[in-house]
Each structure stands twice: as C-alpha cells, then as structure tokens.
Design a protein. Structure first.
Length: 289
C-alpha cells in the first residue's frame, strides 16, 4: 500500500492509500482514520468500514461526514474504501450515465461480461481489504463494523446479512433497501448479473429485503436512519419494504424516519454520532465520551 496523503486530525491521522487490488484487477484508493490510540496502542483496534454511495469516492465521507472527532474519542478506526474499481481498463456505463459503472459498484461480485473481471466489490470489502489493512496497520480484522450511505447503505445491509460472523455490527443511512424493486438496482443488476428470469433469481443474493425473506438473520439490531424529505425515499430507497421484511422474519431493526432531512451528507453528519456509538458498543469500546 502506498501512502499518498496524511493529515493530523483530532490528535489522530487521516490517511489515504493507493493499492493494487487483486480482486478488482485495478488500482484503487482507501482512506483510513487512525485515532490517537492507534498511533500508540500495543494491540490492534476495532474499525468501522464505511461504504459510500453512487458517484462517490473514498473522500466523500472523509470530508463531509464529520466522523473523526468522535471516532478519535472512542478509539475507533474508520476505513473508507472507494465505491468501485476505476481506470482506463475498467468498463463503465456504455451510455455514460452517472448511476452505473465507475463510482457505482453496488458492492456485489459481477457475473456478466465485461464487468465480472473488475466489479468484485463484495470480495474486496469482505476478504481482501481487511486482510491488507490488518497486515499493514494496527487494525483488528476480528472486530469490524459495517456502515454506509445510499448505495453504500445497501452494501452494508447485504454484506452484513451475508457475513454476520465477519461484521459484528451493521448500520445504514438512507440505504437502497430493496434494489431488485427500484430503478437504480434493476439497472445495476441487469448489467452485472443478467436480466433473464433465471438471472433475476440470483439478484436476491444481493438484495437486503430478499435476504431477510430468504432466511438470512443477524442476532443484533440493524440501525437504519432515513430522512422524510429524501427525494429518493419512495421510489429508490423503499425503507418500508425493509421494515416489513424485518417484522415478518423477526430481525431486530431500529428504523427512524427523521422529519425534513434529505439525502445529502448534511443528513449523514447529523446522525453519524449515533452510528459511531452503535458500532463502538458492539465492538467493545467504552462510550463514556
């Protein structure tokens, strides 16, 4: 991993790395916030992996979420990967739209040409990234939380439900809850997984609502926050679908609709402390800060 920038931040360090990801067959970037405890600790610290949304990179959450202050106090590291593979060799949306391709990896493993070689964000986030970071930094791969915003919230729900042993806690802000039933998800799944009737049955493995319906569970509570003024609320996010699926299967869910908040990082910054404390508690950190 090549360190390309570092900034002192709340007595810790906000770093950005470039690495060649074997699962993505491309170079990528990842930002890591190391709290003061990580710079002097004799043992590895827990970390929260934050997955960002459509069109974002690793820098959106770094610069807009406002998470470093409380993460510093809690002793919680923050890991913020890019949202898709990138580069001239990586195919993007053939129509040049913003909601697919570069910046829109949807945190799955693609099966279709020409996407399957590079678009493997699921394997990257679950397997390669934790291994690479824990080998290079004082981060504990056995104490990981997972959170995200919008498309990243979709990723957090799906990866958290598929890998409850890997991620001890899961939360999401304005997530795409039911991608099989919304335009953003249907477009991505059609390209990455195929659009035949048989292929659409495989979409369910990458859909938070469908995973709950198909028997995936977590023993802990899923924390989800959504804004009532989010312009994507009804068509794209569909949080009520998640609520109903969780109620039917008995999955603990804390879903809060916040009056007048929209889809932006202003909303993320307004609820980020609740999410950091949720994960810190699950990862065994003290909350008296």
């Amino acid at each position: 991993m090549e360190l390309i920038s570092t900034h002192r931040c709340f007595n810790g360090e906000q770093r950005r790395y470039r690495l060649h990801a074997e699962t993505l067959h491309s170079d990528t970037t990842v930002s890591v916030y190391l709290p003061p405890a990580a710079l002097s600790a004799a043992s590895a610290l827990p970390a929260l992996i934050w997955l960002s949304g459509l069109t974002c990179s690793d820098e959106n959450a770094v610069q807009k979420a406002g998470a470093q202050r409380l993460a510093s106090a809690l002793g919680l590291a923050l890991v913020m990967p890019d949202t898709s593979p990138r580069g001239d060799a990586v195919p993007s949306d053939p129509e040049g739209h913003w909601d697919f391709g570069h910046g829109a990896g949807f945190y799955l493993d693609a099966e279709q040409e020409p996407w399957h070689q590079h678009y493997r964000m699921h394997s990257y986030v679950v397997e390669e990234l934790p291994a690479r970071l824990s080998a290079a930094l004082p981060l504990d791969p056995n104490r990981l939380g997972l959170a995200g915003h919008s498309m990243g919230g979709h990723g957090a729900l799906v990866l958290g439900l598929r890998h409850p042993q890997r991620f001890r806690s899961v939360s999401a802000v304005a997530p795409i809850c039911h991608p099989s039933a919304c335009p953003w998800g249907q477009k991505a799944f059609s390209h990455f997984l195929g659009n035949s009737a048989e292929a659409q049955t495989r979409w369910r493995a990458w859909d938070g609502v469908a995973l709950l319906e198909d028997g995936h569970r977590r023993g802990d509570t899923l924390l989800v926050d959504v804004g009532s003024a989010d312009p994507f609320l009804e068509e794209q996010l569909r949080p009520d679908d998640l609520r109903q699926a969780a109620e039917r299967c008995g999955q603990p869910l804390q879903l809060t609709i916040h009056a007048d908040y929209d889809h932006s990082y202003f909303f993320v910054a307004s609820v980020i402390d609740t999410h950091l404390r949720h994960h810190a508690s699950a990862l065994g950190l003290k909350l008296d800060r």
